[in-house]
Design a protein around this ligand. Structure first.
Ligand SMILES: Nc1ncnc2c1ncn2[C@@H]1O[C@H](COP(=O)(O)OP(=O)(O)OP(=O)(O)O)[C@@H](O)[C@H]1O
Ligand code: SF4
Ligand SMILES: [Mg+2]
Length: 356
C-alpha cells in the first residue's frame, strides 16, 4: 500500500497573538503583559489542487490565520509546513524565494490596489519583485495573463478607478496568479461585489483551479460560495478550529454545536428545508483572556461542567468519515439537527438559545 500523499500546506498548532501595549499605570503596577489570542493552536491541511473553506463569525481569526499561512504575519508558535518545510523559520532570500508559492487576494479590491499605478504595473508587481524582467517583457506577460481572469489584454495602461468592483477584483486575482503560485489565500474575494459578479468570479476561480491546479484557502462568510468552491471546510470560533470535514457532509450534518448555530443563521432558499432559526446568546468570551475549557461553553446549549474546565480536542466524529469536531459531547449532539435544538437540548439556561 502506498503512503498517503503529504499535504501541500499543513499548519501544526499555529498560534498568533497580538501583544497589547500596557498603560503606564499597568506597567508601574507590574501587571502582566497581555495579548489578543487571535489564532490559538490551529492545525489544518490543504492538498495540492484542493480548496479549504474557512468560515466562522467575525473576529474568529480567519484572516489572521490566512496571513500567517502566507507569511504576511510571523506566527507566535506552532509550525506552517509547505511541502514539508517549516516556512515560519524562513528568512532573507529563502523567504523571498518562497513567497512566489503563496499569494493572497484581499477582500477590498479598492484598498489593495494602488490608485496611482497602471494595470501592467499592478499586475506585474509580484513578477518584478521576484525576477529581473524588462518593461516590454513584463507588459507582454501581463497582457497574456489578463484574459485568464476575464479581462481584455489591451487594458494595460488603465488605472484601477476605471474598472468596476468586479473588474478590480479580477485585477487582484491576476496579480495573485502572476507568479503561478501553488496556493492562493482568498480573503472574502467576492463580499464587496453584487451577486451576479460574485458568481462570475467564483466560476472563474473554479475554472482556473481545474486548468492550473491551484490550491485555495477560501475565507468567507458566504456559505453558498463555500459549498460551490470548497472541497473541505474548517469552522473557526475564537481563534480555534472547532470542526473540519468534507464540505457537503459538514454543511448538511453539522456536528459541533457552534457550527449548528452558525449554519442555522444562514437563510435557506428552499422552503421545505428551511431551518427553524435560533441564535445563541450569552457573552462572547474575550480573546485577551480566553476561558479555560471549551471556548463555546458560555453560549452552548449543551454545556456540562466538564466543558468549563477541560478543553475538547479535535477528534473524529463517529460515523462520519473525514470529519473532526472539538466537542466533548459530539456523540450525543452530532445527529441533532439545528432546528430541534430547542426541544432536545439538555437543561438549557433560558438565555442560551432564544428565538430571534
Ligand atoms: N494587526 C492586529 N493587531 C491587533 N489585533 C488584531 C490584528 N489583526 C486582527 N486582530 C484581532 O484578532 C482577532 C481576529 O481577527 P481576524 O481579522 O483574523 O478575524 P476574522 O475572522 O477575519 O474576522 P472578519 O470575519 O470580521 O474578517 C480580532 O479580535 C481582531 O481584532
Ligand atoms: S464541549 Fe461542551 S460547551 Fe463545548 S461545544 Fe461541546 S457541549 Fe458545548
Ligand atoms: Mg477577516
Amino acid at each position: 500500500m502506498s503512503a498517503p500523499l503529504a499535504p501541500l500546506l499543513e499548519t501544526r498548532g499555529v498560534v498568533k497573538h497580538f501583544p497589547l501595549h500596557r498603560t503606564a499605570s499597568e506597567f508601574l503596577r507590574g501587571a502582566p503583559a497581555r495579548a489578543i489570542h487571535a489564532v490559538d493552536g490551529v492545525s489544518v491541511s490543504v492538498a495540492a489542487g484542493e480548496t479549504l473553506g474557512l468560515i466562522g463569525e467575525s473576529g474568529s481569526g480567519k484572516t489572521t490565520l490566512g496571513w500567517v499561512i502566507a507569511r504576511l504575519y510571523p506566527s507566535t508558535g506552532g509550525q506552517v509546513l509547505f511541502d514539508g518545510v517549516d516556512v515560519s523559520r524562513l528568512s532573507g532570500v529563502h523567504l523571498r524565494r518562497w513567497r512566489r508559492n503563496v499569494q493572497v487576494v484581499f477582500q477590498d479590491p479598492v484598498g489593495s490596489l494602488d490608485p496611482r499605478l497602471r494595470v501592467w504595473q499592478i499586475v506585474g508587481e509580484p513578477i518584478q519583485a521576484q525576477e529581473s524582467v524588462s518593461r516590454s517583457r513584463l507588459r507582454e506577460r501581463v497582457a497574456e495573463l489578463l484574459p485568464t481572469v476575464g479581462l481584455p489584454s489591451d487594458c494595460l495602461d488603465q488605472y484601477p478607478h476605471e474598472f468596476s468592483g468586479g473588474g478590480r477584483q479580477r485585477l487582484s486575482l491576476a496579480r495573485a496568479l502572476s507568479l503561478s503560485p501553488r496556493l492562493v489565500v482568498l480573503d472574502e474575494p467576492t463580499s464587496a461585489l453584487d451577486v451576479a459578479v460574485q458568481a462570475q468570479i467564483l466560476n472563474r476561480l473554479v475554472t482556473l483551479q481545474r486548468e492550473r491546479g491551484f490550491a485555495y484557502v477560501l475565507i468567507t462568510h458566504n456559505v453558498a460560495a463555500v459549498r460551490f468552491v470548497a472541497d473541505r471546510v474548517a469552522v473557526m470560533y475564537l481563534g480555534q478550529v472547532v470542526e473540519v470535514g468534507p464540505v457537503r457532509d459538514l454543511l448538511e450534518h453539522p456536528a459541533h454545536p457552534y457550527t449548528k448555530a452558525l449554519l442555522a443563521a444562514v437563510p435557506v432558499a428552499d422552503a421545505r428545508r428551511r431551518r427553524a432559526r435560533y441564535r445563541v446568546t450569552g457573552e462572547i468570551p474575550t480573546l485577551v483572556r480566553p476561558p479555560p475549557g471549551c471556548r463555546f461553553a458560555a453560549r452552548c446549549p449543551f454545556v456540562i461542567d466538564r466543558c468549563r474546565v477541560e478543553e475538547p480536542p479535535l477528534r473524529e466524529v463517529p460515523g462520519r468519515p473525514g470529519r473532526q469536531a472539538a466537542c466533548h459531547r459530539v456523540e450525543e449532539v452530532g445527529d441533532i439537527p439545528p432546528e430541534t435544538l430547542r426541544t432536545q437540548a439538555p437543561p438549557l439556561p433560558e438565555a442560551a438559545v432564544a428565538a430571534p
